[in-house]
Design a protein around this ligand. Sequence first.
Ligand SMILES: C[S@@+](CC[C@H](N)C(=O)[O-])C[C@H]1O[C@@H](n2cnc3c(N)ncnc32)[C@H](O)[C@@H]1O
Length: 720
Amino acid sequence: MELPPKVVSAMNAMKALGLSWEITKPVLKDLLKVYKYNWEHIECENYRVLADAVLDSLELMDNDLKKMTRRDDDLDKKDDVENNSFSGKRAKVENDSFSGKRAKVENDSFSGKRAKLENDSFSGKRAKVENDSFSGKRTKVENDSFCGKRAKPSNDACFDKRPSHEPPKNEHKSKASTTIINRSLGDKSQQLENPISSAAPPRPLPARIVGSSRGKEIALHDNGKNASTDVDRSAQNSSSIRLELASSTSGEVRLVILCDPALPCPNFQIPSMEILCKMVEDRCLKSYKILEPHFSLFSLLKEMCHCVMELSSNSSEKRGNIDRFQGMNPVFSNGQPEYVNLKTSSNNKNERGKDADDTRNSGALPNDSLGLVLFQPQHSSSSKKTVAFCDTDISRGEENLKISLANGPAERYPPFHYIPSNIVYQNAYVNISLARIGDEDCCSTCSGDCLAASIPCPCARETGGDYAYTSDGLMKKEFLDAIISMKRDRLQKHLYFCKDCPIERIRNEIMPEPCKGHLIRKFVKECWNKCGCNRICGNRLVQRGITRNLQVFWTVEGKGWGLRTLENLPMGAFICEYVGEILTNTELFDRQLLVTGKMRHTYPVLLDADWGSEQVLKDEEALCLDATFYGNVARFINHRCGDANIVEVPVEVETPDHHYYHLAFFTVRKVEALEELTWDYGIDFDDQTHPIKAFSCRCGSKFCRYRRAQIRKRSALVLG
Ligand SMILES: C[S@@+](CC[C@H](N)C(=O)[O-])C[C@H]1O[C@@H](n2cnc3c(N)ncnc32)[C@H](O)[C@@H]1O
């Protein structure tokens, strides 16, 4: 029978990742069921959800095989073996592939915290958490993904896959969450644990706006005195993060976000309100194409409050109360539950006459506030969290333009010294002297703008007799294309192999391995001080520094900080140079040995053009740039496999040799404002010998090499 085109496309996409039809088919089948045959979810991000689900199923098969082996050895656990025979496990693998996938999607969108947030053990969720005993998050998510919308009996059936003798590991944790509630809400907890619905019928729409796009359920409650008790229990039962909206007849409206602390999630961090808002706003913009320029989550929440008031009291008189709704405050935590206070009182005093901000530290909610409450899970209460509200220039005036920092966790902002141009650390030999620049390497007879002259000057020699830049200050397409194709073809032909490779020498002085090859680079040569042209000559671009509006921001994919543009960029636009300390490779190697604990290196770059063309390069001539301690904005550029939107171009400015040069980033396509700028670091994720341990790539590209490497590894484990 001929397969539907959508199925064929999905299969082909998986095949391209090395995943066979046999492995993909059952997973896809289940995914379609879960998503009610809505292909949109499955197709987005080049079938990312499907790829994750298949990967998870492979992993589970692998785990199951391992478990089986262990169990085979253990005669006392005969029942276990029966429960987990390969065929019996099949259903489990398929189911888990979904839950795994679902967890992944949500992790992706909430930078690792989602899986945590997703678990709902607040008040009425006790039974559910008790069921959740199979293996932490996964089983819990399985429930949500598979059975969340079903009637209770089938819900329970989902959990029955757990061997009956396994203890309910998380039972005690649901108690912990209750403790938090009581502690956090004080006398309000009872109201929130037994929420009572509004006099008006539950309104699914506002709930959807705030929390549904990833399948989150939101309970809309009213804890007012005159309300009835027909809460939307189904939503409550299947929810994992809840936003409670409570209003009273006295005009108080409170928004409460409840996160479950029940399951261990060492990386759980409460996001800053500003980041949270930004993220939701970005999503809204993306999903709903909201064009209103002043759209903000807070306005939306405020609107929600208005609606609650209007619906619950049938009166618009109380709007005044909410109109005094104020902006959020930065949140600082010292182990207390964190919340942001949306004050109803214009003088910021609560009814006890205390400054409302003080309640941040008391752990109690002010009685007269609109509290947007973020509960901090108990297990991470000791970790210090700060929220950065920086509207600052991270370059401290060193660049032509301010480089802003969008809000993010302040404690995660790296301690480094901003420098606008490279600086020699110690032993690197960088010979910058006018004497080394011959007549053929400069244009001393030029004047004004070289690009305006009818014949290209000697400085264009390096780029084949034509300038690499257009008169608009962009890199020419042909030049960009050549650079990109050389980078892509690295395995084919564009590599130099040293006789005596400085890198291999450092790794093993006595028995160095053969050189792994160095990329042959296509250089740009800019006019410089010995040239007759002026400073605004079109062949001086990189040396004039940053001219685009850039911003460092906290990525949602879990990549840490990243760099984005605040303006639309055409193809070929210069972004910035990679600036850092100029080190010899030995110095870099020594540094890496010294790095301890949580200290992380940025990815250093080797200035390795032409190494292979030299006989033997002395250590002090084989250079690299390290931006860990001293660097510029480029240290925030994250990696993307294959289809990054910027590319690094070697640029010769002060020296005619290729030991030391500048590495400048140019866009390879149009980039829209607010898009992250990414660069392919050229990492080989299979290379275990690289001095810097590769990270788990979360670039999200369909060309992701890390993902492929993982697939290869797992397939090898499972299949052979
Ligand atoms: C040059 S820094 C980039 C800025 C970095 N994200 C930060 O917060 O400072 C390189 C580091 O960022 C992280 N990173 C970059 N690209 C990544 C990706 N695609 N996936 C996951 N982590 C990434 C890795 O920890 C890497 O070592």
